[in-house]
Design a binder for this molecule. Sequence first.
Ligand SMILES: Cc1ncc(COP(=O)(O)O)c(C=O)c1O
Length: 437
Amino acid sequence: MPANPMPEFTSRTPVSDKLFTRAKTMIPGGVNSPVRAFNGVGGNPIFFAGAEGAVVQDMDGHQYVDYVGSWGPMLLGHANPKVTSAIKDAVDLGTSFGAPTDRETYLADLLISKHKEFGIEKIRLVNSGTEATMSAIRLARGYTGRTRIIKFDGCYHGHGDSLLVAAGSGAATASIPGSAGVPEELAALTTVVPYNDANALAAAFNAYDDIACVIIEPIAGNMGCVTPQEGFLQAVRKLCTDNSSLLIFDEVMTGFRVNKNSAMGLYGITPDLATFGKILGGGLPLAAYGGKAEIMDKLAPLGDVYQAGTLSGNPLATAAGCAMLEQLDDAVYTKLENTAEYLEKELLSLAKKHNHSMQINRVGGMFGIFFADTTPQNFTEVKATDTDKFSRFFHEMLEEGVYLPPSAFETWFISTAHDSEHLEHTLKAADKALGRV
Ligand SMILES: Cc1ncc(COP(=O)(O)O)c(C=O)c1O
């Protein structure tokens, strides 16, 4: 027997581990969406039993202060009483009709009234953010009669074939598919340029004359949180206008999150089309795309661009969405701003106390922390940050009862349910975690 035997490793989540083992036998990787698998930070995912407000509970009985918020929708916290009661009221009337309902128009009105000033005159409801961006791109191609699209490196717009394309170096590089199964011929129609680089975008416009649209996350939230530099979005808008290409703002994450008028309202920019999801559905599968009536009227049954959905405008999802949007007043955004600002300030001060170089990019209630000396402005810079340290930090925080996004390339989301008790718990946990990583 050695003098100092290694302590035996015992998992603190044996029930989750068992459920994960079983899930893997029937579901690829044990998860129904890859990032849930903890591949970005190592270890096994935690299986959830339920959630309320800012707190989630796992199947082993542990509770965590949650900064994932179902990847964005839970702006008002989990199980928001008005949202859950709207769903309960709707369910007794039937779960799907495949025919129009008044609530779809009411939800359209709630969305359009907040974005009409920025060119959103008509919308179409769909079931996921992926469906919204795929459909918006088809519409842009149908409207302009052009084929090429431009996206930015590190921006995620769902898993549509044209959007799963890795960046080459520099602007206008021949693109390669970022996923097996995406035909090279299709990937070749997507040009990828670095975020926050208007010159690279201009070079792409010089290189190609068949650009149907540029799609962008106005605040990038899928490479951690990367904010647009001053003048960048304006330059993107101008280049699209000058080249008669459509500008698509993908607001699936930023819509209703950073401002009651979304990022387009925050920055005062009118896109030609925009996509929404996450918060819009109040936690149920619902998304939308919309824009100028002249463009939207190209959609069937009026026009020749086809897009449809058996469950589109689903009564439960629209009930949840309406109950969510009805609650989004100025007080919500003031609270989110104050909460997130406090957390940002205190986390930075703890990082300093423990001699870590930490950067935080934040807009309203969405933010990303980076272990780095300077603030990343694009995906190349994000990838150069200390992601190993983030992984250690993630696990230390989990141990202390704080659930962060399980990847350095994801955004943290604050809700109005995060109160001072949750924040103090988080900061105490961060103090310990930063001392250990
Ligand atoms: C900006 C953005 N667009 C599109 C999507 C795809 O949405 P969904 O996962 O609902 O298909 C996401 C998902 O995270 C997203 O963040």
